[in-house]
Design a protein around this ligand. Structure first.
Ligand code: UD1
Ligand code: UDP
Length: 360
């Protein structure tokens, strides 16, 4: 019997681990699969609700790390996770995505000579000012199994000199969750609760430090959203980072912006699926809109997910809000970007990953 510990810390991690958890359940005779939650995200609406909705078990280990500077957060996770790894002696540690928990636990694993599997490997924004880019590069350098979600990842890893035999193109695990849970959106009442109609609102999410941490840019963003909401209702589930900064700078939205708490996964998928347009700086939401064929404007200067722009419905507009307004107006006037679904975004990625792990 082999022992595997999967690490989760932040909202998108829960969504990426759920399909692997389900798949490992089918291999209980071969693998003991444990989950460690670092506690990087800890609010009920950023964490508990996802365990409930995604039908994840109570984590086997909870580190309770919480917020802090990057160094503080990373160091605290490392100290706590090391104790668990020494005690449990797992055969493999699985990390997903690009958050601080991903890198912290990968470092611990490598220092203790435990193999690492990185799911969603190879993505690159080529912007080293983003903490996620550092987390991605460093995790990939030390990982033993690199599971790649889109073609650009293969090229990036090859250019970085990673040995070919470690790299596996398996598709997008976040889409596994989307495919699995999409039918449950029929039971969500979120549109009724918010008094909005299908294809008659803009869904917005913002949480990148570049966009929400400075008073000057956040002021521009609030003004932009207040303006566009005069034309079409805006629904904004507000991330805790953004909420804290709105409060700190004393900003608020006008009545046409429906600002709500972070949404649970099923409600959020319902909002995504039915939106006329999504304006975001999220990583995962670029992928989900591409799969759903929903119009998406990404307010960032780069994306580590280029297939969503090259193949999907995503438009990378940059952070100049005048340009964002022009792009949004085009869509509001009915000029949609056509899109397709990238290769292997088919809901079967976790199956491919678990097959590879179990056969090695
Ligand atoms: C983190 C990830 C980012 C990811 C995002 C997903 C890093 C470096 N960043 O950013 O890549 O896109 O998660 O949502 O790992 N907070 C709460 N309650 C919570 C969670 C956070 O109050 O449940 C507060 C924290 O205390 C902190 C702030 O929000 O003050 C930011 O949290 P943190 O996890 O450091 O970074 P995120 O911006 O959430
Ligand atoms: N999400 C959610 N509720 C929300 C906002 C996002 O369930 O209010 C989901 C979304 O469907 C996607 C994931 O959270 O699966 C994206 O997380 P986030 O944008 O926080 O992180 P990123 O992908 O940018 O790292």
């Amino acid at each position: 019997m082999k022992k595997i510990i999967s690490v989760v810390g932040a909202r998108p991690n829960f969504i990426k681990i759920a399909p692997l958890y389900r798949e490992f359940q089918k291999h209980k005779d071969q693998v003991q699969h444990l989950i460690c939650h670092t506690g990087q995200h800890f609010d009920k609406k950023m964490s508990d609700i996802f365990f409930k909705e995604l039908k994840l078990p109570i984590p086997d280990f909870y580190l309770g790390i919480g917020g802090g500077s990057h160094t503080e957060q990373t160091a605290k996770i490392m100290l706590s996770f090391e104790k668990i790894v020494i005690k449990e002696k797992p055969d493999l540690i699985i990390v997903v995505g690009d958050v601080n928990s991903t890198l912290a636990c990968s470092l611990v694993a490598k220092k203790l000579s435990i193999p690492i599997a990185h799911v969603e490997s190879g993505l690159r924004s080529f912007d080293r000012e983003m903490p996620e880019e550092i987390n991605r590069i460093l995790t990939d350098v030390i990982a033993d199994y690199l599971f790649v979600s889109e073609k650009s990842g293969l090229e990036n890893l090859q250019n970085e000199g990673i040995a070919k035999e470690k790299i596996f193109f398996v598709g997008n695990i976040m889409i596994d969750s989307l495919v699995h849970f999409l039918s449950q959106t029929e039971e969500s009442n979120i549109l009724k609760e918010l008094r909005i109609e299908k294809s008659d609102y803009i869904l917005v999410t913002f949480h990148r430090p570049r966009n929400v941490d400075t008073k000057v840019y956040l002021a521009k963003l609030v003004k932009f959203l207040n303006n566009i909401a005069e034309k079409k209702k805006v629904v904004f589930p507000i991330h805790p980072r953004t909420k804290k900064n709105m409060k700190k700078f004393g900003f608020s939205f006008n009545d046409n912006v429906i600002s709500i708490e972070p949404a649970g996964y099923i409600d959020f998928l319902t909002l995504l699926k039915n939106a006329l347009l999504v304006i975001t700086d999220s990583g995962g939401i670029q992928e989900e809109t591409t799969y759903l064929g929903v119009q998406c404007i990404t307010v960032r200067d780069n994306t580590e997910r280029p297939s969503t722009v090259e193949i999907g419905t995503n438009q990378l507009i940059g952070t100049d809000l005048n340009k964002v307004e022009i792009a949004a107006n085009e869509i509001l006037s009915g000029k949609f970007k056509e899109g397709n679904i990238p290769e292997l975004w088919d809901g079967k990625t976790a199956g491919r990953i678990v097959d590879i792990i179990c056969n090695e």
